[in-house]
Ligand binder design. Structure first.
Ligand SMILES: [Zn+2]
Length: 381
């Protein structure tokens, strides 16, 4: 179902199977209302007393669009929705919502792996889709820091471990935005500075990595691996959870690093981007190796998502944008990510057709590129 009338070819292109190039596992266990509510916010706390996280754009969207997938009327009240969810059980709910998303391939960020989250392979099985892994760099660094005995050992193990993990993956991902901000010095750090920083790090290896020297070393080691294996590198930018200083996640802060990677040819994929999606569109427009996505933003802005899609499409080259659901925790986020992607793009395409700016053939081609073609090309699926 699409919110506007469109020529058949455009409808078919919008409803065609999607490649979800950035997502996480959803929970396999039964969730209490409190647990469910914490998984439909990027915040980390319950709604204030007497209020609910259902009173948000995403909460209303769950009641509107996920309720019918569970055989309820649209706009079912939260208590009715959660009772039906419990009645069906997590396995059935996951299967229905993942399948309803019409996703044909999941590229799963496995950096948050936990026993209660479906693995990449399970996401594929539940959703009737293919599944591949995206390796999270900071997770590998953490594993290496906790086992390395000396700085040289740390540097060697990091390179070896990254190479080994990358061999089974279709891309790498960094959350440097969370750790030191994207305004890091773009240069590759000197070996001496890395050894000194690694020695400090090994004194307290359980701590999260925040040292910009070691983050730059991690990124440049990853660039070497990505170039060797022809893999793209994803970067968290923009909107995220409460660990983030949003102003340090503006992708324009990474311009120096992006420029350094241009001659190397490693594709850089800017995830989320909102509210800096216009900056991201600019970067994708001027740098040949930069791609963008507004996945998480469409789900969380829900009924308002068409405006974000329209703003991104003001400037972004059509061969540079990708679809993602960025689902995490509950399968509702997968269904809504796909649904609002299709709805928001449908509305923008309808406007372009009405204005006689793009014809139906253009619109169908653009929907295919953004929905799956660009990801297939860049990740070599
Ligand atoms: Zn994500």
């Amino acid at each position: 179902m699409l919110p506007v009338d469109l020529p058949d070819a455009v409808r078919e292109a919008l409803l065609a199977p999607l490649v979800d190039h950035h997502c996480h596992g959803v929970r396999r266990d039964e969730l209490s209302r409190a647990q469910f509510e914490l998984l439909i916010t990027e915040g980390s706390t319950p709604a204030p007393p007497g209020t609910t996280h259902f009173d948000t754009p995403i909460g209303a969207a769950i009641r509107r669009w996920c309720a019918p997938v569970l055989d309820l009327d649209p706009h079912a009240p939260p208590a009715v929705y959660l009772a039906r969810r419990a009645e069906l059980g997590a396995g059935e709910v996951n299967r229905r919502l993942l399948e309803a998303s019409g996703i044909v391939a999941f590229l799963v960020d496995t950096g948050l792996e936990a026993p209660e989250l479906l693995s990449a392979a399970e996401m594929g099985r539940h959703g009737g889709a293919a599944a591949d892994e995206i390796v999270r760099l900071e997770q590998i660094e953490q594993d290496v820091a906790e086992t390395a005995r000396a700085a040289v050992d740390y540097m060697d193990s990091l390179a070896e471990e990254l190479t080994a993990r990358a061999a089974r993956a279709v891309g790498l991902k960094s959350i440097a935005a969370y750790r030191c901000g994207l305004d890091f010095d773009p240069a590759r750090p000197s070996r001496g500075s890395v050894i000194a920083a690694a020695n400090r790090r090994l004194g307290d290896p359980k701590r999260r990595l925040t040292d910009p020297i070691l983050i730059r070393h991690l990124l440049w080691t990853a660039v070497d691996v990505a170039r060797e294996r022809g893999l793209p590198m994803q970067f968290h930018t923009g909107y995220g959870d409460t660990d983030l200083y949003l102003n340090r996640a503006d992708p324009a802060l990474m311009t120096g690093f992006i420029r350094s990677l241009q001659p190397i040819g490693v594709p850089i994929i800017l995830l989320h981007c909102y509210p800096y999606h216009r900056q991201a569109a600019y970067l994708a427009a001027v740098f040949p190796h930069v791609y963008v996505d507004v996945g998480l933003a469409l789900t969380y802005t829900a009924a308002g998502s068409a405006r974000i899609m329209a703003e991104l499409l003001e400037l972004v080259p059509f061969h540079k944008q990708m679809f993602s659901s960025d689902c995490y925790g509950v399968a509702e986020t997968c269904h809504l990510g796909a649904l609002y992607f299709r709805h928001s793009l449908a509305r923008v395409l309808r406007t372009r057709l009405d204005d006689d700016e793009w014809n139906a053939t253009d619109c169908a081609r653009i929907a295919h590129m953004i929905g799956s073609g660009n990801a297939r090309r860049v990740y070599r699926l």
